[in-house]
Design a protein around this ligand. Structure first.
Ligand code: UD1
Length: 417
């Protein structure tokens, strides 16, 4: 068990370099399973979720070795299509392996990913798409058993699920014939996965914003790919500057992937300038309220930034309203922030946050990855000492979170029991 101990009240100042995106690294690592030759995945963040995915690949018989900032995966010697229960249960993205395993072996078996800490997260859209591709899917006894080589077809997603889009694209690469995915997710991580697969010899193209065409029947070959910068990590540090009235330069950020967040931060009173891949942010002494912020699939405001912005709103001058439209149980940080003096009211998918002049330190618990990061951000602003317990949850999405903030002037340390 880990905890973060934060002494609040210091404005952040300095530079932070953005790491590779977790949500691109995970599907790209899974996609390596499609390719019977070594691939190098550079700028790969060394996160617990990434280590778990590498562990899953090894359990399936692949080699996965770190060299410098990258993981080299060789799926040439993969020998099984069944994921072990103990490892696969630990991260939801193990479900991403269904598509590539089917594409490669025409068979895949994984434990049911089940619910998780931000709400019930079904995989019905993934499985419906695979069935449409002619795969036999059996969901009895808590495991998902898939059989049959996918066949290209047209699949219309009723919701642009990120994971389902990625899984079906990977299955489609190994399919016979062309697949057209209608209403796919538009997140930048999807494009990064497509760039990786195209670099490995597959053929995936967006046709406008609402279709992706994948040509089937190709064999993948070795390639090298660098993961795109993490927009959620970048966004979290932008909020760290905003909430402390600090001044940070984020290096290697892609501002075009952060539009909805940058709009919200400007509304809150931040000054933001960009030059090349540097983003320079100056936070206000006290943020302005966000009158109505709604999370939506990309390019809408990302659900993965909702908790951090929630923390910002707790110290705003007025009342903010946040609406969570992507996950049904993603306001658990609200009750923790109340322990620190926040004034908020949550009903269903909406939160009304009346800004208070100051928060005070308290012992709080990271209930999920982004919610945990949000509590640490609130702690940077609060008067006195904040202790964030179960901070290992934050490790799932941030490389050296405490050390990065410390290097920007925060008084934060980590203790591991
Ligand atoms: C991915 C991201 C996660 C982010 C989310 C939304 C990764 C590893 N994780 O998660 O950080 O918060 O996108 O941007 O990339 N749904 C169904 N049936 C399905 C699939 C999804 O009902 O088969 C629902 C989910 O319950 C949720 C919504 O669709 O309410 C969005 O989920 P989805 O876009 O699939 O997110 P993930 O891929 O799980």
């Amino acid at each position: 068990m880990a905890k973060l101990i934060i002494e609040g009240g210091r404005a952040l100042k300095g530079q932070i370099t953005v790491q590779g995106a977790k949500n691109a690294a995970l599907p790209i690592l899974a996609a390596a399973m499609l390719i019977p030759e070594p691939v190098r995945i550079g700028n790969c963040p060394r996160l617990t979720d990434v280590e778990h995915m590498a562990g899953l690949l090894r359990a399936l018989g692949c080699r996965a070795d770190w060299t410098g900032d990258g993981l080299v995966v060789d799926a040439g010697c993969a020998r099984t299509a069944a994921l072990p229960e103990d490892l696969a249960g630990s991260i939801r993205s193990s479900v991403f392996l269904l598509g590539p395993l089917l594409g490669r072996f025409g068979a895949a078996e994984a434990p049911y990913p089940g619910g998780c800490d931000i709400g019930n997260r079904p995989v019905d859209l993934h499985l419906k798409g695979l069935r449409a591709m002619g795969v036999k899917v059996d969901e009895a006894s808590g495991r998902i058993r898939c059989l049959g080589r996918p066949r290209g077809t047209e699949i219309a997603l009723e919701y642009p699920s990120v994971g389902a889009t990625e899984n079906l694209l990977m299955a489609a690469c190994g399919a016979e014939g062309d697949t057209i995915l209608v209403n796919p997710a538009r997140e930048p991580e999807i494009d990064d996965l497509m760039a990786f697969l195209n670099g490995a010899g597959f053929d995936l193209r967006r046709e406008g914003s609402s279709r992706i065409r994948v040509r089937g029947g190709r064999r993948g070959h070795g390639t090298a790919h660098a993961i795109l910068p993490d927009r959620i990590e970048a966004g979290t540090y932008l909020v760290a500057a905003a909430i402390t009235g600090g001044h940070l330069v984020l290096r290697g950020a892609r501002k075009e992937h952060l539009s909805a967040l940058l709009t919200a931060l400007k509304e809150a009173g931040c000054r933001i300038r960009s030059e090349g891949t540097d983003l320079d942010i100056e936070g206000p002494e006290r943020p302005r309220e966000l009158r109505r912020l709604v999370t939506l699939p990309y390019p809408g405001f990302p659900t993965d930034m909702q908790s951090q912005v929630f923390a910002l709103c707790t110290v705003a001058r007025g009342t903010s309203v946040l609406e969570e439209n992507v996950f049904e149980d993603r306001f658990r940080h609200g009750a923790e922030l109340v322990r620190m003096g926040a004034d908020c009211f949550i009903r269903g998918r909406s939160a009304v946050i009346r800004g208070v002049k100051s928060l005070h330190g308290a012992t709080v618990t990271a209930r999920d990855l982004r919610g945990g990061a949000a509590l640490a951000l609130a702690g940077l602003r609060a008067e006195g000492i904040t202790v964030v317990e179960q901070a290992e949850r934050i490790d799932r999405g941030y490389v050296d979170f405490a050390a990065t903030l410390r290097q920007a002037g925060a008084a934060i340390r980590r203790e591991d029991d």
